[in-house]
Design a protein around this ligand. Structure first.
Ligand code: KG4
Ligand code: ZN
Length: 336
């Protein structure tokens, strides 16, 4: 029997989860509303909030799972990438707790966690698991990557953003329109009433399977600046169309390379992961394209798209089965 406690604290969500023999028993997430006022994550405030949240969140995860802490076999934690101050809280807590329980620690790459979220199963819900090798479009606030997943622990990045991540493009453009943070889910909602073809913004040109979103963001910014000069109410009068058009452009860019990658690798097992994979239009677009191309498409449950410790615990579980533990001298790292 293996019981893994997973801990996630890479950005602005404090989360703890318990997995027993591959089955998720609890997944507790404390969001940090303190950042909304600033329109983005303030690292110093994030680490302070993690510090306050970590003990209650772990405690509730253990209680909800109906286990005793001395039944825990190992503690998996996000080692990076992420904000240093945020990671430090999770890593330090994991060290102290692992030492107290005298159990091994397992370091987890946050991005691998997002991908392996596809293998999370709950007592009453088995999720469809992609077959290896599969192609994963990993789209979050900090990363945009195309990854070939060869087995639970072997990954090859075949494309990545050269500047902003897709989630960053959503969030920054939302901020320009005066929408609250995080902008991605807000744009998703407002776009439902808009025309995706109302406006068009500059599409980036980068080689191979790489992505770029900073040009699109700048094009959006300049477009708004010019229109506001003519009509100061332009944003208010066109919010839905702006959201739908921007979202449409981001999805178009994401899908173009995903299709190219599938053709190049001949892989038709297609998954998406990360916060932006919660986007309803992206999910619909990939499902439709998949039907057309004969892909098996895997869309994660919404609760496993944005940051959570369940994905860290399941990755830790696979590493535990493979004997991949680490020493108590492990340190967090902002890039991995
Ligand atoms: O994976 P995640 O929780 O954190 C990182 O590892 O970065 O992703 C957060 C990102 C944010 O940029 C947020 O705006 C975006 O995911 N996001 C969405 C949606 N839900 C979250 N973007 C578009 N549509 C959504 N529904
Ligand atoms: Zn993430």
């Amino acid at each position: 029997m293996a019981i893994i406690l997973g801990i996630e604290s890479s950005c602005d969500d404090t989360s703890a989860a318990i997995i027993k023999d591959g089955i998720l028993l609890s997944n507790i997430i404390a969001n940090q509303s303190v950042h909304e006022f600033y329109g983005g994550v303030i690292p110093e405030l994030a680490s302070r909030a993690h510090q306050q949240n970590i003990i209650p969140v772990v405690s509730v995860a253990i209680k909800t799972a109906k286990i005793e802490k001395n039944e825990i076999s190992a503690i998996a934690f996000t080692r990076g990438p992420g904000l240093m101050g945020s990671l430090l809280v999770g890593v330090s807590f994991a060290k102290g707790f692992a030492k107290a329980l005298d159990v091994p620690m397992i370091e987890v790459n946050h991005l691998q966690g997002h991908i392996l979220a596809h293998f999370l199963d709950e007592k009453d819900k088995k999720n469809p698991h992609p077959e290896f090798p599969f192609l994963c479009l990993l789209v979050s606030g900090g990363h945009t990557q195309l990854v070939v997943v060869k087995d639970f622990l072997t990954f090859e990045i075949i494309g990545k953003t050269v500047d902003d991540a897709a989630g960053e493009a959503f969030d920054k453009c939302a901020k320009v329109m005066g929408l609250p943070y995080p902008g991605g889910p807000v744009i998703d909602k407002l776009a439902k009433d808009g025309n995706p073809n109302a406006f068009a913004f500059a599409h980036p040109v980068v080689g191979g399977l790489d992505y770029s979103f900073s040009g699109l963001k700048t094009s959006f910014l300049y477009f708004l600046r010019d229109r506001i000069t003519e009509n100061p109410d332009f944003i208010e009068e066109n919010t839905a169309d702006l959201c739908a058009s921007l979202q449409n452009d981001i999805i178009h860019v994401l899908l173009k390379n995903l299709m190219k990658a599938s053709e190049q690798t001949k892989i038709k097992e297609i998954a998406i992961s990360g916060g932006v994979s919660a986007n309803s239009a992206l999910r619909n677009a990939i499902a439709a394209e998949g039907k057309h191309r004969g892909w098996n498409v895997y869309l994660p449950q919404l609760k496993f798209t944005t940051d959570n410790a369940a994905m860290i615990a399941i990755t830790g579980y696979f590493k535990y089965l493979n004997g991949q533990t680490c020493g108590y001298d492990v340190t967090p790292t902002t890039r991995m």
